[in-house]
Design a protein around this ligand. Sequence first.
Ligand code: FAD
Length: 364
Amino acid sequence: MAQSEANVVVLGAGVVGLTTALLLSKIPNYHVTVVAKHMPGDYDIEYASPWAGANYLPVGAPGSLLAKLEKGTWPELQRLASSVPEAAIHFQNTVVQNRSKDVNSAVGTWFAELLRTDPWWKDTVPDFRVLPKESLPAGIDSATAFTSVCINTAVYLPWLVGQCLANGAVFRRGIVSHISEAAALHASGKPASVVVNCTGLGSLKLGGVADTAMYPARGQIVLVRNEPGVMTSTSGTDDGPDEAVYIMQRAAGGGTILGGCLQKGSWESQPDPSLANRIMKRAVDLCPALVGGAGGPEKLDVIRHGVGLRPMREGGPRVEKERIQGVWTVHNYGHGGYGYQSSYGTAQEALRLVNEALASKAKL
Ligand code: FAD
């Protein structure tokens, strides 16, 4: 069925806003304006997307909305990795290692579904297998291997902007203090029929939303030039329950991301040098191939240290519609540490809600 003409404002230009804008802008009658304080190219503590690895390691509990969004995202990431090289997404051999002792730690809880040997997503990603016990390193209780992807976010976010522009979307900088103000920022000068709220952690303070279920989970990374040869993570470390070790090489010369941590409630924007040292040491211990099989962290060639705040939400992402001060609003935020791996699923859901909102508006 052809959609009738509609002006839509997407508020936010992180991976969630851009992917949502992309799907909306594919509909010829939808005139999309993306309004955001931060855009691709910016590096800022209020802007999570550039800091992500980013890879696809599903963590949604079976039957949850997040699991549905992650499942709905894989086919498009796979298509992009297979046949759209300019999106800068490549396939990676992936190994995930589990230590039973991490089960109740912050990282172990976050990774609970990822660490299972029989997860719901075993039939979603290619080549899933449980590694034989006798092949595991000391201290590792179980491990799985599969094919996943890693996204070069420095190329992929601008690529998303380019796709939206090619579909006629307009981008403009703007800061709103109340969600309903966004409707007046459509590029046509006429009010938008629907606003899609993709403000991530901004939804904690944004007027008309002020979602107190939102909180930051700080992630610190080191970007290096070294190549690991495998994408790998473990369930935890012996350096504290909120410290993690993961390694992923970005596509298209993007370097290798070494992580990390999941520090709930921390707003600290600056890298902690001692945590950076622990991240580098753990990465080399887990994957000596990073430094050619011999030597320590001094052999890592650092490009940049970074900190991002994952937009976490108690209860998981919010993808819902509501009328706020007479403006139809579709919320699409709270994607924590999984905004890329749920991006297409959540954008499809937001598109469905925009269509519903416009259909009900037509009946008013
Ligand atoms: P953001 O990227 O934060 O974008 C929010 C947008 O809203 C910005 O444009 C901002 O300017 C705008 N905005 C907010 N408030 C306002 C306002 N009032 N007015 C105007 N504009 C406003 N995810 C994965 O899937 N895989 C990974 O491997 C992965 N690794 C990660 C590693 C780290 C270290 C971190 C920090 C995160 C990682 N993530 C990963 C999570 C992922 O980065 C986030 O889930 C995702 O970036 C959230 O995107 P977003 O668009 O919701 O928010």
